[in-house]
Design a protein. Structure first.
Length: 292
């Protein structure tokens, strides 16, 4: 597999923070970090190490590119894809770049020695545009007949949207949590720089009354247009989950209104299938691959 250079796209991340639609749990607690980032007050961080690992049925581990002293191209393997942290379309300041992760899955799916996948998810969710590349990759894996399951610790909002599209959703432990099916938007009022007194003046053509309408009205305390846009996104979210998990108890309180649930309740609501360790998930994929 060709090496990919994961360069953080912090400009794109800043745009998403300024005017983004988010599928994210506990967003309010993250806002101070977002504002610090935009004010250049962030602590220096490196893009965390991301590398798919391949596991044989005997538990041998290989790097995603197949390099290992014990590498055996003929030995069947399951690819474990780590998705730890907030999700964005591109790599950002310690966020998971889903477009690149999806490309890794597509590349690995073409290998004969890779028989299936485990998405190892521990994420509060993230930007809405991080979802499409991942769901496309999942559908590709399923189309070619290879199993793909989600192993979840904290799996909320956009992360749960992605997990729900897999063949099965497994919870790591009794305190693992899934849910937060919903959306919100973030808008930063940057019309005046309080430090310098400079003001940003935006002028729109008479022929463009709907351009950035949701953003402009939100700054004036009018949220109806923004809520309509978010509702359209949430309806897509609901449909995707219901289509992929038709037995989910959608009428139960909280399931489709943004609540999160610990393992016992999540399994009871058919939001997840069972509790299973990562090692057992890997073996589960080997069994699914054998039957397929």
């Amino acid at each position: 597999m060709p090496e990919r250079h994961r360069i953080p796209n912090n400009f794109q991340l800043a745009l998403s923070l300024l005017r983004g639609r988010w599928l994210l749990a506990d967003a309010e607690s993250l806002l101070p970090h977002a504002l610090n980032f935009l004010a250049h007050n962030t602590v220096e961080t490196e893009t965390f190490g991301y590398e798919p690992l391949l596991f044989s049925a005997e538990g041998e581990a290989f790097f995603g590119d197949g390099s290992s002293e014990r590498s055996d191209s003929k030995k069947k393997k399951v690819a474990v894809i780590p998705m730890h942290g907030a999700l964005t379309k591109y790599w950002g300041c310690s966020t998971v770049g889903c477009q690149d992760v999806a490309a890794e899955i597509m590349a690995l799916s073409a290998r004969e020695d890779v028989v299936g996948f485990v998405l190892d998810i521990d994420s509060p969710g993230g930007a809405s545009n991080a979802v499409p590349p991942m769901t496309a990759a999942i559908k590709h894996v399923q189309k070619i007949g290879k199993p793909i399951v989600a192993h979840c610790d904290f799996c909320a909002s956009a992360a749960y949207w992605i997990a729900s599209q897999c063949d099965a959703v497994f919870m790591d432990n009794i305190m693992s949590e899934v849910g937060s099916i919903g959306a919100y938007a973030s808008y930063l009022d940057d019309r005046e720089n309080r430090q310098t007194g400079e003001k940003v003046v935006a002028v729109y053509a008479k022929e463009s009354p709907d351009k950035n309408k949701a953003y402009r009205e939100a700054l004036e305390g009018k949220y109806e247009v923004c809520q309509e846009e978010l509702s359209a996104l949430v309806h897509m979210f609901h449909k995707a989950v219901k289509d992929a998990r038709p037995t989910i108890k959608s009428d139960e309180p909280g399931v489709f209104t943004g609540a999160t649930f610990f393992t016992p309740k999540a399994v009871d609501l058919n939001m997840a299938d069972a509790m299973m360790s990562l090692e057992d998930c890997i073996q589960n994929v080997f069994i699914r691959a054998e039957y397929k």
